[in-house]
Design a protein around this ligand. Structure first.
Ligand SMILES: [Zn+2]
Length: 407
């Protein structure tokens, strides 16, 4: 199959004007100028459009998809968390409810051009079979919550999180100790050790709020109160007395297989530690804005050599799961360079999730995971027109198959 468009954006190579992408058996065989195309009778010409790699949502919780619009974020994060916990108990407690919610999230991801996800689940046994049947690629992180009176559940959770994936080579397993205020430091270290042994990815929410540092430094503030209200607080717990990034570092969590979700509150020193450890950061622009955090330091991170990828987080905090819309927001708000935006939304995510061998760029040998966007009439001469607000994919391919088409 040959796909043509006005622009082909490989991401790791220069943009091709009037280009083609040649796909066979689900993989990219070649790409180049239309004049050099191979012979193939199966052609689709998308005209004034851009073909790029499928977008990578490096941090998401697909199982919260049915909560869209029901738990509006405010600048009181713990209040939002309490409301989230309540609604999860009421609406997402059964296998059927969680699976239906994940199906919604998969459908919406594919519709907006996301073909690879770093997805976190509380119930790997229920959710992984659904992901395995979907066209999505990526990592399914099994979530670990284990602190205070709930600490002892970590062994079972870790066992469930690392169980081999049933029947799909496109999704792999990973482990996600939730956050420094929900996971005991010794359990964090056990997760780090297990993922190092298995050489699998790890994802953790770190430095998401200011209150998190209050907790890790002195076991004070709203998170302590939250744990007490949940009946989980244990007076015997010892405070780690360190900043969140330092805690992650000393428990062995920061490695090249680690995705740090958010990293909203970091100093220069933290950024250097992230860079040295070769950890990736999943920055979630619209969620970040919805919670009213201080400006994110993603540009300082990029300058320091941190691999910054994009997360659309969940529909509990974000109106859509579109990575393209996150990029459009950064283009509009911060004027970020189009090539850099494209890297953050594709190849950096693939690197963060350890899937760069398969996806993240249009490269011969990689999976044919693509998004095709029609350019607006006002911008047919520049591929960056796809970062205009309101542009969405007209076609999406996963492993060479149409995964969703908008009419
Ligand atoms: Zn998250």
């Amino acid at each position: 199959m040959l796909l043509f468009s006005r622009f082909v954006v490989p991401v790791n190579a220069p943009v091709i004007e009037n280009g083609f992408v040649h796909i066979e058996q689900g993989c990219i065989v070649s790409l180049g100028h239309a004049a050099d195309r191979p012979i193939d009778n199966d052609l689709i010409d998308y005209g004034d459009a851009v073909i790029c790699p499928g977008f990578v949502n490096a941090h998401t919780h697909l199982e919260l998809s049915s909560l869209c619009g029901k738990v509006a974020p405010t600048d009181d994060f713990t209040d939002w968390l309490k409301r989230l916990v309540r609604i999860i108990r009421a609406e997402l407690s059964t296998k059927e409810q969680l699976q239906a919610s994940v199906r919604l999230g998969i459908e919406q991801s594919l519709a907006c051009g996301v073909t690879c996800v770093g997805d976190i689940t509380r119930e790997p046994d229920w959710i992984r079979p659904i992901l395995a049947q979907s066209p999505l690629c990526g990592v399914s992180f099994g979530e670990i919550i284990a602190i205070g009176k709930m600490r002892d559940q970590w062994r079972n959770k870790l066992l469930a999180a690392t169980k081999p994936y049933p029947g799909s080579s496109r999704m792999r397993v990973g482990v996600s100790p939730h956050a420094p205020y929900t996971v005991d430091p010794e359990v964090m270290a056990a997760c780090a050790e297990k993922t190092a042994t298995l050489r699998i990815p790890l994802c953790m929410h770190i430095a998401e709020t200011l209150a998190e540092a209050e907790f890790t430094l002195q076991h004070r503030g709203p998170f302590r109160q939250h744990l007490a209200e949940l009946g989980v607080w244990d007076d015997n717990m010892e405070s780690p007395s360190s900043q969140p990034i330092d805690l992650a570092l000393t428990t062995g969590l920061l490695t090249s297989r680690t995705v740090v979700a958010h990293a909203n509150y970091v100093c220069d020193d933290d950024i250097n530690k992230l860079a040295q450890s070769q950890s990736s950061v999943a920055y979630c622009p619209r969620t970040h804005e919805a919670f009213g955090h201080q400006p994110h330091r993603y540009r300082a991170m990029l300058r320091a050599g941190v691999n910054v990828a994009i997360g659309a987080d969940s529909l509990a905090s974000n109106p859509t799961l579109s990575v393209l819309e996150e990029l459009q927001c950064l283009r509009h708000r911060d004027g970020v360079d189009p090539q850099l935006l494209m890297e953050m939304g594709t190849i950096n995510g693939a690197k963060a999730l350890g899937r760069i061998d398969q996806v993240g760029s249009l490269t011969p040998g990689k999976s044919a995971d693509l998004a095709v966007m029609a350019l607006p009439n006002s911008h047919v001469r520049e591929w960056a027109g796809i970062f205009n607000e309101g542009i969405a994919p007209m076609a999406v391919y996963a492993a060479g198959e149409v995964a969703n088409v908008h009419q």
